[in-house]
Design a protein around this ligand. Structure first.
Ligand code: NDP
Length: 449
């Protein structure tokens, strides 16, 4: 046993920090974790979980009208924001408790408070000082707010989850994950949504066709999207907010939501006291083993700004715990990380986009399918589904699987396993479809475009 108070002191009780702490404790380490806000971090409190619950809630809007085509006469459905938010908050509080129980059960000491690093082996929380052989920084990120006149009148995703009422008119700024997800939720719940995006294609980092297809589907659902436009300022008046666009147009709104990326949570952490190196954007620099330039300090999750996804932070946390306390040389592969965007409709992807594949491979075969899902033949809903496979012509290996459509996230998980196994197009073709599903289309596309 080391002479330190703890073998591991984790700063940040989000997905990555909690997972690393629990696994370290299971490997026999004496572990403490400090959290200043809420256990579960962004994902549980102001991210994945409340977002997905609210996405389900918003989808009922379409479900009610879809039902009419099947003979149901649901009448005029009414929506009560307070009921949804109270139910969501109750579930989040339950999850906060589950996280605390998991940590207690694993023997991890939970310290409620803001932790500051004093040196390579010392952390201070309030007036208390703790020494630790290893310090793990898992403090995540926070919404980044662009600097323009009146930006204080806008909210971010954090504020979205605390809105006292559904805004009648919302302007959303951004074209990434959060912008399209929250725009879809607000639209589904009944807000009139205008999305303002500085670029030409939503979800710019993904296969180009996904963003184009998604934009068309979102527009069909009534969202207005202004491309190559940005917000120059916001004026607050008694009647609401006036959004001034860079081309001089003005939009009246009740709520302006900025979804313009996230910054690493490193301010006031005392990184300078130990000399921990950061990138220009504040994210912590780590090596393949998640060690910073200070050997006793590691960092994982959104704070290292690699892939800001909960399952990635979990994998990184387990890798650190395994390496430090179980002599396991576990690394994390960032290849074929599947991801889903819970916009309406959903987007999901694994592997390389066509654009990425073209830079790495000389010959590609591209398979595409676009169709009206069976459900909507009777519902009358105009939503369509898009699917795409990117295949290396030389090896026949499937490099990328992409989809816009209902349950794309659920469908993509299995295809991620196939790509991890190096599946070829011939193996996709040899797989029997499940009929009638949308997913079967991925194993029945025969003719390259
Ligand atoms: P993203 O990086 O996905 O998107 C940020 C968007 O804001 C981009 O469209 C970007 O434009 C735009 N933008 C950035 N700065 C400015 C600016 N100054 N003025 C105007 N527009 C700007 O970030 P998000 O905040 O949406 O999400 C952060 C991360 O969190 C995601 O990348 C993802 O890793 C994770 N996340 C995952 C989810 C999931 O798994 N379903 C859900 C939500 C978040 P441009 O494209 O031109 O750069």
């Amino acid at each position: 046993m080391s002479a330190y108070d703890y073998d591991l002191f984790t700063i940040g009780g989000g997905s990555g920090g909690v997972r690393a702490s629990r696994f370290a404790a299971q490997h026999g380490a004496r572990v403490a974790i400090a959290e200043s806000q809420y256990l579960g971090g962004t994902c549980v409190n102001v991210g994945c979980i409340p977002k997905k619950l609210m996405s389900y809630g918003a989808h009922f809007h379409e479900d009610f009208s879809d039902a009419v085509g099947y003979g149901w006469q649901p009448g005029q459905p009414g929506f009560d924001w307070a009921t949804l938010i109270a139910a969501k908050d109750k579930e989040i509080a339950r999850l906060n408790g589950v996280y605390r129980k998991l940590l207690d059960g694993a023997g991890v000491k939970v310290i409620d408070g803001f932790a500051v690093i004093e040196d390579a082996h010392t952390v201070r929380v309030g007036e208390q000082r703790f020494s630790a052989e290893h310090i793990l920084i898992a403090t995540g990120g926070q919404p980044s707010v662009p600097n323009f006149p009146g930006s204080v009148h806008a909210i971010t995703s954090d504020g979205f989850f605390r809105l006292p009422a559904l805004p009648a008119r919302t302007v959303v700024m951004g074209g990434g994950y959060i912008a399209v997800e929250l725009a879809s939720i607000l639209n589904g719940l009944g807000s009139q949504v205008t999305l303002v995006y500085r670029g030409k294609q939503l979800l710019r980092t993904m296969d180009a066709e996904l963003g184009v297809f998604l934009a068309a589907e979102m527009q069909k659902k009534g969202m207005q999207i202004l491309f190559e436009t940005t917000i120059a300022g916001i004026e607050q008046s008694a009647g609401g907010k006036t959004v001034i666009l860079d081309d001089g147009r003005r939009i009246e709104a009740d709520c302006v939501l900025l979804a313009t990326g996230r910054d690493a949570n490193t301010a006031q952490l005392g990184l300078g006291n130990a000399g921990v190196a950061t990138k220009d954007n504040g994210a912590i620099v780590v090596n393949e083993q998640f060690a910073t330039n200070v050997p006793s300090i590691h960092a994982i999750g959104d704070v290292i700004d690699r892939i800001a996804l909960t399952p990635v932070a979990l994998a990184e946390g387990m890798a650190v715990a395994g390496r430090l306390f179980n002599k396991a040389a576990r690394s994390v592969s960032y290849d074929n990380v599947p991801t889903a965007v819970f916009s309406h409709p959903n987007v999901a992807t694994v592997g390389l986009s066509e654009e990425q594949a073209r830079k790495k491979f000389t010959g590609l075969r591209i398979f595409k399918s676009e169709f009206k899902p069976l459900k909507h033949t009777l519902s009358g809903n105009p939503e369509r589904t898009f699917m795409k496979l990117v295949v290396d012509a030389a090896s026949d290996k499937v490099l990328g699987v992409h989809m816009v459509g209902a349950e794309a996230g659920e469908i993509m998980q299995g295809f991620a396993v196939a790509l991890q196994c190096g599946a070829t197009k011939a193996q996709f073709d040899a797989t029997i479809g499940i009929h009638p599903t949308a997913a079967e289309e991925f194993v029945t596309m025969r003719t390259p475009v």
